[in-house]
Design a protein around this ligand. Structure first.
Ligand code: UDP
Ligand code: MG
Length: 142
């Protein structure tokens, strides 16, 4: 079933100039970028986006990191896009991620666990909420 998911290239990989390499992973896996923008998140946007983690000890660092520089938010579309993107990303901790995943290949060795390169929606409910968080319907073109 074709579905949509939200991806974020986080500030660490934008700073490393790896936007294109991340997009290539998606395209090689037959995901299409149907919405895309570069933006600087405000503290309030980062806090709202990650609200589910607000009670976690790493929340403050995560918000600081996500607002430390520009991000690229994308809507990806394709068969099983949500799981496919999660598989391409790899485990949350890049040092535990499988070789060949975005997080292993571009972020391993990072000391700050927030700096793991990419975000991806983890369920269809999250995908719907997260896409609507950043995109108007007319800015997504299949
Ligand atoms: N994170 C962190 N420390 C942790 C767990 C998570 O800094 O112990 C950060 C990391 O950037 C992660 C984000 O918080 O991507 C959201 O955590 P989640 O468990 O949802 O991981 P994800 O879905 O991104 O793999
Ligand atoms: Mg998550």
């Amino acid at each position: 079933m074709s579905e949509k998911t939200l991806s974020i290239v986080k500030p660490d990989l934008v700073a490393k100039n790896k936007i294109g390499e991340v997009v290539k992973r998606f395209e090689d896996a037959e995901l299409r970028v149907v919405g895309m923008k570069r933006m600087q998140l405000s503290q309030q946007q980062a806090e709202q986006f990650y609200a589910e983690h607000s009670e976690r000890p790493f929340f403050g660092e995560l918000v600081d990191f996500m607002t430390s520089g520009p991000v690229v938010v994308q809507v990806l579309e394709g068969e099983n896009a949500i799981k496919k993107n999660r598989d391409l990303m790899g485990a949350t901790n890049p040092n535990n991620a499988d070789e060949g995943t975005i997080r292993y290949d571009f972020c391993r060795g990072n000391e700050d666990l927030s700096a793991n390169g990419v975000h991806g929606s983890d369920s269809s409910e999250s995908a719907q909420r997260e896409i609507a968080f950043f995109f108007q319907a007319q800015d997504i073109v299949s």
